[in-house]
Ligand binder design. Structure first.
Ligand code: KG4
Ligand code: ZN
Length: 447
Protein backbone atom coordinates (compact mmCIF):
# COMPACT_ATOMS: atom_id res chain seq x y z
CA UNK A 1 0.00 0.00 0.00
CA UNK A 2 3.05 2.29 0.41
CA UNK A 3 2.89 5.55 -1.50
CA UNK A 4 -0.55 4.80 -2.95
CA UNK A 5 -3.45 7.23 -2.85
CA UNK A 6 -6.76 5.71 -1.90
CA UNK A 7 -10.12 7.32 -2.36
CA UNK A 8 -12.27 8.61 0.51
CA UNK A 9 -14.77 5.75 0.17
CA UNK A 10 -11.93 3.22 0.20
CA UNK A 11 -10.55 4.81 3.33
CA UNK A 12 -13.90 4.43 5.05
CA UNK A 13 -14.11 0.73 4.09
CA UNK A 14 -10.51 0.25 5.08
CA UNK A 15 -11.03 1.82 8.52
CA UNK A 16 -14.20 -0.14 9.03
CA UNK A 17 -12.33 -3.33 8.21
CA UNK A 18 -9.42 -2.52 10.50
CA UNK A 19 -12.00 -2.09 13.25
CA UNK A 20 -13.69 -5.43 12.46
CA UNK A 21 -10.35 -7.22 12.53
CA UNK A 22 -9.20 -5.49 15.71
CA UNK A 23 -12.49 -6.55 17.20
CA UNK A 24 -12.20 -10.09 15.92
CA UNK A 25 -8.67 -10.56 17.15
CA UNK A 26 -9.18 -9.02 20.56
CA UNK A 27 -9.73 -11.07 23.69
CA UNK A 28 -13.27 -11.43 25.03
CA UNK A 29 -13.00 -8.74 27.77
CA UNK A 30 -11.47 -6.27 25.33
CA UNK A 31 -14.23 -7.11 22.88
CA UNK A 32 -16.82 -6.42 25.51
CA UNK A 33 -15.24 -3.02 26.20
CA UNK A 34 -15.12 -2.33 22.46
CA UNK A 35 -18.81 -3.05 22.19
CA UNK A 36 -19.72 -1.28 25.42
CA UNK A 37 -17.76 1.81 24.33
CA UNK A 38 -19.91 2.00 21.24
CA UNK A 39 -23.10 1.40 23.18
CA UNK A 40 -23.59 -1.93 21.39
CA UNK A 41 -24.49 -5.24 22.84
CA UNK A 42 -22.56 -7.75 20.79
CA UNK A 43 -23.61 -11.26 21.73
CA UNK A 44 -20.89 -13.15 19.89
CA UNK A 45 -17.76 -12.83 17.84
CA UNK A 46 -18.05 -11.36 14.34
CA UNK A 47 -16.70 -13.62 11.62
CA UNK A 48 -15.02 -12.34 8.50
CA UNK A 49 -15.34 -14.25 5.23
CA UNK A 50 -12.56 -14.33 2.67
CA UNK A 51 -13.02 -15.51 -0.91
CA UNK A 52 -9.97 -17.35 -2.30
CA UNK A 53 -9.24 -17.63 -6.02
CA UNK A 54 -6.65 -20.10 -7.35
CA UNK A 55 -5.72 -20.38 -11.04
CA UNK A 56 -1.92 -20.66 -10.94
CA UNK A 57 -1.73 -23.88 -12.95
CA UNK A 58 -4.43 -26.27 -14.14
CA UNK A 59 -7.03 -26.10 -11.37
CA UNK A 60 -9.72 -23.45 -11.14
CA UNK A 61 -10.41 -23.26 -7.42
CA UNK A 62 -12.68 -20.84 -5.59
CA UNK A 63 -13.59 -21.11 -1.92
CA UNK A 64 -14.89 -19.15 1.03
CA UNK A 65 -13.26 -19.57 4.45
CA UNK A 66 -13.98 -17.67 7.65
CA UNK A 67 -11.64 -16.33 10.32
CA UNK A 68 -12.25 -19.43 12.44
CA UNK A 69 -10.92 -21.62 9.61
CA UNK A 70 -14.34 -22.97 8.66
CA UNK A 71 -14.75 -23.78 4.98
CA UNK A 72 -18.12 -22.50 3.75
CA UNK A 73 -17.67 -23.61 0.17
CA UNK A 74 -14.98 -25.12 -1.99
CA UNK A 75 -15.42 -25.36 -5.75
CA UNK A 76 -12.68 -26.99 -7.78
CA UNK A 77 -12.63 -27.55 -11.54
CA UNK A 78 -9.66 -29.70 -12.47
CA UNK A 79 -8.20 -29.72 -15.98
CA UNK A 80 -6.31 -32.93 -15.24
CA UNK A 81 -8.20 -35.14 -17.66
CA UNK A 82 -7.81 -32.70 -20.54
CA UNK A 83 -4.06 -32.19 -20.06
CA UNK A 84 -3.37 -35.90 -19.47
CA UNK A 85 -4.83 -36.57 -22.92
CA UNK A 86 -2.27 -34.22 -24.51
CA UNK A 87 0.69 -35.36 -22.42
CA UNK A 88 1.19 -32.18 -20.44
CA UNK A 89 -0.16 -28.71 -19.73
CA UNK A 90 -0.61 -26.47 -22.77
CA UNK A 91 -0.68 -22.95 -21.24
CA UNK A 92 -3.07 -21.26 -23.74
CA UNK A 93 -5.55 -24.14 -23.37
CA UNK A 94 -5.24 -23.97 -19.58
CA UNK A 95 -6.05 -20.26 -19.82
CA UNK A 96 -9.11 -20.94 -22.01
CA UNK A 97 -10.40 -23.52 -19.54
CA UNK A 98 -9.91 -21.17 -16.56
CA UNK A 99 -11.76 -18.42 -18.46
CA UNK A 100 -14.62 -20.72 -19.35
CA UNK A 101 -15.13 -21.92 -15.77
CA UNK A 102 -14.18 -19.16 -13.36
CA UNK A 103 -17.46 -17.26 -13.28
CA UNK A 104 -19.44 -20.43 -12.80
CA UNK A 105 -17.09 -21.53 -10.00
CA UNK A 106 -17.63 -18.19 -8.26
CA UNK A 107 -21.42 -18.36 -8.53
CA UNK A 108 -21.49 -21.94 -7.29
CA UNK A 109 -19.25 -20.96 -4.42
CA UNK A 110 -21.65 -18.27 -3.20
CA UNK A 111 -24.64 -20.59 -3.52
CA UNK A 112 -22.90 -23.38 -1.60
CA UNK A 113 -21.84 -20.99 1.15
CA UNK A 114 -25.28 -19.38 1.21
CA UNK A 115 -23.67 -15.96 1.36
CA UNK A 116 -24.20 -12.71 -0.50
CA UNK A 117 -21.16 -11.09 -2.17
CA UNK A 118 -21.51 -8.06 0.15
CA UNK A 119 -20.83 -10.33 3.11
CA UNK A 120 -17.30 -11.02 1.91
CA UNK A 121 -14.60 -9.15 3.78
CA UNK A 122 -11.84 -9.46 1.21
CA UNK A 123 -10.79 -11.33 -1.94
CA UNK A 124 -7.58 -13.34 -1.82
CA UNK A 125 -6.06 -14.31 -5.14
CA UNK A 126 -2.94 -16.19 -6.23
CA UNK A 127 -0.79 -13.73 -8.13
CA UNK A 128 2.57 -15.60 -7.92
CA UNK A 129 4.28 -17.93 -8.84
CA UNK A 130 2.63 -19.96 -11.62
CA UNK A 131 1.85 -20.07 -15.31
CA UNK A 132 1.48 -16.42 -16.34
CA UNK A 133 -1.50 -17.05 -18.65
CA UNK A 134 -3.32 -18.95 -15.90
CA UNK A 135 -2.48 -16.45 -13.14
CA UNK A 136 -3.83 -13.62 -15.31
CA UNK A 137 -7.31 -15.15 -15.45
CA UNK A 138 -7.60 -15.34 -11.66
CA UNK A 139 -6.14 -11.91 -11.04
CA UNK A 140 -8.34 -10.18 -13.64
CA UNK A 141 -11.43 -11.86 -12.26
CA UNK A 142 -10.45 -10.89 -8.69
CA UNK A 143 -9.86 -7.27 -9.75
CA UNK A 144 -13.22 -7.16 -11.49
CA UNK A 145 -15.00 -8.51 -8.39
CA UNK A 146 -13.10 -6.21 -6.05
CA UNK A 147 -14.06 -3.13 -8.09
CA UNK A 148 -17.68 -4.20 -8.39
CA UNK A 149 -18.06 -5.06 -4.70
CA UNK A 150 -15.67 -2.39 -3.38
CA UNK A 151 -13.69 -5.01 -1.47
CA UNK A 152 -9.96 -5.14 -0.74
CA UNK A 153 -7.68 -7.61 -2.49
CA UNK A 154 -5.16 -9.84 -0.75
CA UNK A 155 -2.47 -11.05 -3.20
CA UNK A 156 -1.25 -14.54 -2.32
CA UNK A 157 2.02 -16.39 -2.94
CA UNK A 158 0.95 -19.88 -4.03
CA UNK A 159 3.73 -21.80 -2.22
CA UNK A 160 3.22 -19.83 0.97
CA UNK A 161 -0.43 -20.82 0.81
CA UNK A 162 0.58 -24.51 0.62
CA UNK A 163 2.88 -23.93 3.62
CA UNK A 164 0.22 -22.33 5.83
CA UNK A 165 -2.70 -24.60 4.94
CA UNK A 166 -2.10 -27.15 7.72
CA UNK A 167 -2.61 -24.35 10.26
CA UNK A 168 -6.20 -23.90 9.16
CA UNK A 169 -6.91 -27.38 10.45
CA UNK A 170 -4.65 -27.21 13.51
CA UNK A 171 -3.88 -23.65 14.43
CA UNK A 172 -3.27 -24.30 18.12
CA UNK A 173 -0.75 -27.10 17.44
CA UNK A 174 1.17 -25.50 14.59
CA UNK A 175 2.61 -22.24 15.79
CA UNK A 176 5.26 -20.11 14.12
CA UNK A 177 8.03 -20.81 13.39
CA UNK A 178 7.90 -24.26 11.83
CA UNK A 179 9.90 -26.09 9.20
CA UNK A 180 8.07 -26.82 5.96
CA UNK A 181 8.80 -29.26 3.15
CA UNK A 182 6.96 -28.11 0.03
CA UNK A 183 6.67 -30.81 -2.61
CA UNK A 184 4.53 -30.19 -5.67
CA UNK A 185 4.44 -30.36 -9.44
CA UNK A 186 6.47 -27.19 -9.88
CA UNK A 187 8.46 -26.82 -6.68
CA UNK A 188 10.52 -28.58 -4.06
CA UNK A 189 11.55 -26.35 -1.18
CA UNK A 190 12.52 -26.45 2.46
CA UNK A 191 11.67 -23.28 4.34
CA UNK A 192 11.37 -21.96 7.84
CA UNK A 193 7.93 -20.38 8.14
CA UNK A 194 7.59 -17.44 10.55
CA UNK A 195 4.27 -16.11 9.22
CA UNK A 196 2.65 -15.04 5.96
CA UNK A 197 5.27 -13.24 3.86
CA UNK A 198 7.93 -14.37 6.33
CA UNK A 199 9.49 -17.52 4.91
CA UNK A 200 13.20 -18.25 4.85
CA UNK A 201 14.41 -20.62 2.16
CA UNK A 202 16.80 -23.36 3.33
CA UNK A 203 17.02 -25.38 0.12
CA UNK A 204 15.27 -26.01 -3.18
CA UNK A 205 15.43 -28.18 -6.26
CA UNK A 206 18.17 -27.46 -8.77
CA UNK A 207 16.16 -28.95 -11.63
CA UNK A 208 12.84 -30.84 -11.63
CA UNK A 209 10.19 -30.89 -8.92
CA UNK A 210 9.19 -34.32 -7.54
CA UNK A 211 5.62 -34.11 -8.89
CA UNK A 212 6.97 -33.17 -12.31
CA UNK A 213 9.31 -36.18 -12.22
CA UNK A 214 6.44 -38.48 -11.19
CA UNK A 215 4.22 -37.14 -13.99
CA UNK A 216 6.93 -37.61 -16.65
CA UNK A 217 7.99 -41.05 -15.43
CA UNK A 218 4.37 -42.27 -15.21
CA UNK A 219 3.86 -41.10 -18.77
CA UNK A 220 7.05 -42.80 -19.99
CA UNK A 221 6.04 -45.95 -18.16
CA UNK A 222 2.68 -45.65 -19.96
CA UNK A 223 0.65 -46.17 -16.81
CA UNK A 224 -2.17 -44.39 -18.66
CA UNK A 225 -2.78 -47.52 -20.78
CA UNK A 226 -4.25 -49.09 -17.65
CA UNK A 227 -7.87 -47.87 -17.49
CA UNK A 228 -7.79 -47.23 -13.73
CA UNK A 229 -5.01 -44.63 -14.16
CA UNK A 230 -6.25 -42.89 -17.29
CA UNK A 231 -7.61 -39.83 -15.49
CA UNK A 232 -5.10 -39.77 -12.62
CA UNK A 233 -2.05 -37.61 -12.22
CA UNK A 234 1.34 -39.38 -12.42
CA UNK A 235 2.09 -39.26 -8.69
CA UNK A 236 -1.24 -40.76 -7.75
CA UNK A 237 -0.90 -43.53 -10.34
CA UNK A 238 2.64 -44.37 -9.19
CA UNK A 239 1.54 -44.52 -5.55
CA UNK A 240 -1.32 -46.86 -6.38
CA UNK A 241 0.74 -49.09 -8.68
CA UNK A 242 3.46 -49.38 -6.02
CA UNK A 243 0.99 -50.98 -3.63
CA UNK A 244 1.07 -54.20 -5.66
CA UNK A 245 4.88 -54.46 -5.62
CA UNK A 246 6.35 -57.82 -4.68
CA UNK A 247 9.98 -56.89 -5.20
CA UNK A 248 10.52 -53.17 -4.52
CA UNK A 249 14.32 -53.55 -4.84
CA UNK A 250 14.12 -54.83 -8.44
CA UNK A 251 15.51 -51.54 -9.84
CA UNK A 252 18.42 -49.38 -8.75
CA UNK A 253 17.96 -45.64 -8.41
CA UNK A 254 20.65 -43.03 -7.77
CA UNK A 255 20.88 -40.97 -4.59
CA UNK A 256 21.12 -37.37 -5.85
CA UNK A 257 23.51 -34.75 -4.44
CA UNK A 258 25.00 -37.25 -2.00
CA UNK A 259 28.27 -35.26 -1.91
CA UNK A 260 26.64 -31.88 -1.33
CA UNK A 261 26.13 -31.09 2.34
CA UNK A 262 23.25 -28.67 1.83
CA UNK A 263 19.46 -28.90 1.65
CA UNK A 264 19.02 -28.63 -2.10
CA UNK A 265 17.27 -31.28 -4.16
CA UNK A 266 17.61 -32.79 -7.62
CA UNK A 267 15.21 -35.12 -9.39
CA UNK A 268 16.56 -35.01 -12.95
CA UNK A 269 18.98 -37.88 -12.25
CA UNK A 270 16.25 -40.13 -10.86
CA UNK A 271 14.05 -39.22 -13.84
CA UNK A 272 16.68 -39.89 -16.51
CA UNK A 273 17.78 -43.08 -14.80
CA UNK A 274 14.11 -44.16 -14.79
CA UNK A 275 13.77 -43.53 -18.52
CA UNK A 276 16.86 -45.65 -19.19
CA UNK A 277 15.72 -48.49 -16.93
CA UNK A 278 12.26 -48.58 -18.51
CA UNK A 279 13.77 -48.61 -22.00
CA UNK A 280 16.10 -51.49 -21.07
CA UNK A 281 13.24 -53.50 -19.61
CA UNK A 282 11.04 -52.82 -22.65
CA UNK A 283 13.80 -54.13 -24.91
CA UNK A 284 14.22 -57.21 -22.75
CA UNK A 285 10.50 -57.96 -22.72
CA UNK A 286 9.87 -56.70 -26.28
CA UNK A 287 7.07 -54.53 -24.97
CA UNK A 288 4.80 -53.23 -27.80
CA UNK A 289 4.60 -49.41 -28.30
CA UNK A 290 1.28 -49.26 -26.44
CA UNK A 291 2.30 -51.75 -23.74
CA UNK A 292 3.75 -51.57 -20.29
CA UNK A 293 6.61 -53.49 -18.65
CA UNK A 294 5.50 -56.47 -16.59
CA UNK A 295 6.95 -55.43 -13.23
CA UNK A 296 5.81 -51.78 -13.33
CA UNK A 297 4.61 -52.08 -9.71
CA UNK A 298 8.09 -53.01 -8.50
CA UNK A 299 9.48 -50.13 -10.50
CA UNK A 300 7.03 -47.67 -8.91
CA UNK A 301 7.79 -48.94 -5.40
CA UNK A 302 11.54 -48.55 -5.96
CA UNK A 303 11.00 -45.06 -7.36
CA UNK A 304 8.96 -44.01 -4.32
CA UNK A 305 11.64 -45.39 -2.04
CA UNK A 306 14.37 -43.45 -3.89
CA UNK A 307 12.40 -40.19 -3.83
CA UNK A 308 11.58 -40.69 -0.14
CA UNK A 309 15.22 -41.29 0.70
CA UNK A 310 16.35 -38.13 -1.06
CA UNK A 311 13.60 -36.03 0.54
CA UNK A 312 14.44 -37.53 3.95
CA UNK A 313 18.14 -36.73 3.70
CA UNK A 314 17.64 -33.11 2.78
CA UNK A 315 14.89 -32.64 5.38
CA UNK A 316 17.03 -34.30 8.06
CA UNK A 317 19.83 -31.83 7.41
CA UNK A 318 17.37 -28.91 7.51
CA UNK A 319 16.03 -30.17 10.84
CA UNK A 320 19.52 -30.42 12.29
CA UNK A 321 20.28 -26.94 10.99
CA UNK A 322 17.18 -25.51 12.71
CA UNK A 323 17.85 -27.41 15.94
CA UNK A 324 21.52 -26.43 16.30
CA UNK A 325 21.90 -24.40 19.46
CA UNK A 326 23.67 -21.54 17.71
CA UNK A 327 20.76 -21.31 15.27
CA UNK A 328 17.93 -22.22 17.66
CA UNK A 329 15.51 -21.44 14.87
CA UNK A 330 12.46 -22.97 16.51
CA UNK A 331 12.92 -20.60 19.47
CA UNK A 332 10.53 -21.52 22.27
CA UNK A 333 8.16 -23.34 19.90
CA UNK A 334 8.32 -27.14 19.97
CA UNK A 335 9.96 -28.41 16.77
CA UNK A 336 7.31 -28.85 14.10
CA UNK A 337 7.52 -30.03 10.51
CA UNK A 338 4.76 -29.49 7.95
CA UNK A 339 4.73 -31.32 4.61
CA UNK A 340 2.54 -29.80 1.92
CA UNK A 341 1.90 -29.54 -1.84
CA UNK A 342 0.40 -32.15 -4.16
CA UNK A 343 3.13 -34.75 -3.48
CA UNK A 344 2.31 -34.60 0.25
CA UNK A 345 -0.77 -36.68 -0.70
CA UNK A 346 1.61 -39.60 -1.00
CA UNK A 347 1.35 -41.84 2.06
CA UNK A 348 4.70 -43.58 1.50
CA UNK A 349 6.53 -40.26 1.32
CA UNK A 350 4.63 -38.68 4.20
CA UNK A 351 5.10 -41.69 6.49
CA UNK A 352 8.82 -41.65 5.81
CA UNK A 353 9.10 -37.94 6.62
CA UNK A 354 6.94 -38.44 9.72
CA UNK A 355 9.23 -41.29 10.77
CA UNK A 356 12.29 -39.05 10.29
CA UNK A 357 10.76 -36.18 12.28
CA UNK A 358 9.88 -38.58 15.09
CA UNK A 359 13.57 -39.42 15.55
CA UNK A 360 14.14 -35.74 16.42
CA UNK A 361 11.11 -35.41 18.70
CA UNK A 362 9.66 -33.18 16.04
CA UNK A 363 5.91 -33.25 15.43
CA UNK A 364 4.82 -33.55 11.82
CA UNK A 365 1.67 -32.53 10.00
CA UNK A 366 0.26 -32.35 6.54
CA UNK A 367 -3.00 -30.73 5.42
CA UNK A 368 -6.08 -32.89 4.88
CA UNK A 369 -5.51 -34.70 1.63
CA UNK A 370 -8.16 -32.69 -0.21
CA UNK A 371 -6.15 -29.55 0.61
CA UNK A 372 -2.64 -30.86 -0.17
CA UNK A 373 -3.14 -30.28 -3.91
CA UNK A 374 -4.06 -26.93 -5.40
CA UNK A 375 -7.41 -25.52 -4.28
CA UNK A 376 -9.16 -22.25 -3.46
CA UNK A 377 -9.37 -22.97 0.28
CA UNK A 378 -5.63 -22.58 0.82
CA UNK A 379 -5.70 -19.20 -0.93
CA UNK A 380 -8.62 -17.99 1.18
CA UNK A 381 -6.86 -19.26 4.31
CA UNK A 382 -3.66 -17.45 3.38
CA UNK A 383 -5.79 -14.32 3.06
CA UNK A 384 -7.07 -14.94 6.58
CA UNK A 385 -3.53 -15.49 7.85
CA UNK A 386 -2.58 -12.13 6.37
CA UNK A 387 -5.48 -10.51 8.19
CA UNK A 388 -4.61 -12.27 11.44
CA UNK A 389 -0.98 -11.15 11.12
CA UNK A 390 -1.74 -7.51 10.39
CA UNK A 391 -4.95 -6.71 8.60
CA UNK A 392 -4.23 -3.05 7.89
CA UNK A 393 -0.91 -3.72 6.18
CA UNK A 394 -2.16 -6.32 3.72
CA UNK A 395 -5.49 -5.04 2.43
CA UNK A 396 -5.05 -3.62 -1.05
CA UNK A 397 -7.38 -1.19 -2.77
CA UNK A 398 -4.77 -0.19 -5.35
CA UNK A 399 -6.00 -2.97 -7.63
CA UNK A 400 -4.16 -1.75 -10.73
CA UNK A 401 -0.80 -1.98 -8.93
CA UNK A 402 -1.19 -5.69 -8.24
CA UNK A 403 0.34 -7.80 -10.96
CA UNK A 404 1.22 -11.41 -11.62
CA UNK A 405 4.72 -12.88 -11.23
CA UNK A 406 5.50 -16.14 -13.03
CA UNK A 407 8.31 -16.93 -10.63
CA UNK A 408 8.63 -15.64 -7.10
CA UNK A 409 10.83 -16.73 -4.24
CA UNK A 410 10.50 -16.18 -0.50
CA UNK A 411 11.45 -13.09 1.46
CA UNK A 412 14.70 -14.45 2.93
CA UNK A 413 17.23 -17.11 2.09
CA UNK A 414 19.63 -18.99 4.36
CA UNK A 415 20.73 -21.36 1.59
CA UNK A 416 24.30 -20.09 1.70
CA UNK A 417 24.50 -20.39 5.46
CA UNK A 418 23.11 -23.94 5.29
CA UNK A 419 25.78 -24.78 2.70
CA UNK A 420 28.52 -23.18 4.81
CA UNK A 421 27.40 -25.19 7.85
CA UNK A 422 28.01 -28.41 5.83
CA UNK A 423 26.16 -30.49 8.40
CA UNK A 424 27.06 -34.17 8.36
CA UNK A 425 24.16 -36.40 9.37
CA UNK A 426 23.80 -39.98 10.46
CA UNK A 427 21.01 -40.91 8.06
CA UNK A 428 17.68 -42.18 9.27
CA UNK A 429 16.64 -45.06 7.03
CA UNK A 430 13.34 -45.03 5.14
CA UNK A 431 10.62 -47.42 6.25
CA UNK A 432 10.45 -50.73 4.42
CA UNK A 433 7.98 -50.36 1.60
CA UNK A 434 6.34 -53.76 2.01
CA UNK A 435 6.16 -54.06 5.74
CA UNK A 436 6.31 -50.49 7.11
CA UNK A 437 9.43 -51.33 9.15
CA UNK A 438 12.91 -49.81 9.00
CA UNK A 439 14.77 -51.05 5.88
CA UNK A 440 17.51 -52.64 7.94
CA UNK A 441 14.94 -55.28 8.91
CA UNK A 442 13.75 -55.89 5.35
CA UNK A 443 14.26 -59.28 3.78
CA UNK A 444 15.97 -59.96 0.45
CA UNK A 445 14.13 -60.22 -2.83
CA UNK A 446 15.57 -61.48 -6.11
CA UNK A 447 14.87 -59.28 -9.11
O1 KG4 B 1 0.50 -28.78 -5.50
P1 KG4 B 1 -0.04 -29.33 -6.77
O2 KG4 B 1 -1.50 -29.69 -6.82
O3 KG4 B 1 0.24 -28.36 -7.97
C1 KG4 B 1 1.39 -27.60 -8.05
O4 KG4 B 1 1.44 -26.52 -7.41
O5 KG4 B 1 2.32 -28.09 -8.74
O6 KG4 B 1 0.85 -30.61 -7.12
C2 KG4 B 1 0.60 -31.38 -8.26
C3 KG4 B 1 1.56 -32.53 -8.28
C4 KG4 B 1 1.50 -33.35 -9.54
O7 KG4 B 1 2.76 -33.34 -10.16
C5 KG4 B 1 1.12 -34.75 -9.07
O8 KG4 B 1 1.79 -35.78 -9.78
C6 KG4 B 1 1.54 -34.72 -7.62
O9 KG4 B 1 1.30 -33.41 -7.19
N1 KG4 B 1 0.75 -35.67 -6.82
C7 KG4 B 1 1.27 -36.75 -6.22
C8 KG4 B 1 0.18 -37.44 -5.60
N2 KG4 B 1 -0.96 -36.73 -5.86
C9 KG4 B 1 -0.57 -35.65 -6.59
N3 KG4 B 1 2.53 -37.22 -6.15
C10 KG4 B 1 2.74 -38.36 -5.47
N4 KG4 B 1 1.75 -39.07 -4.87
C11 KG4 B 1 0.47 -38.65 -4.91
N5 KG4 B 1 -0.50 -39.37 -4.32
ZN1 ZN C 1 0.50 -26.03 -5.77
Amino acid sequence: MCGITISKSDRIIYRRFAFVMAYHLSSAPVRFRFAAGLGLLVPRRRLSYVLGIETSCDDTGIAIVDTDGRVHSNVLYSQQEFHTRYGGIIPPRAQDLHRARIEDAYNRCLVEADLRPEQLTAIAVTNRPGLPLSLLVGLRFARHLARKLQKPLLPVHHMEAHALQARMENISAISFPFLCLLISGGHCQLALVRGPGRLTLLGQTLDDAPGEAFDKIARRLRLYVLPQYRAWNGGQAIEHAAQSAVCPDAYDFPLPLAQQRNCNFSFAGIKNNSFRAIRARERLEQTPPDGIISNYSDFCAGLLQAVSRHLMHRTQRALEYCLRTENGLFGDASPTLVVSGGVANNDVIYRNIEHLAGQYNCRSYRPFKRYCSDNGVMIAWHGIEQLLANSAKHLRFDYHNIDIQGSAGFKDSSVEDVTRSAIKCKWIKPLDHLRGRATAEAGHCDA
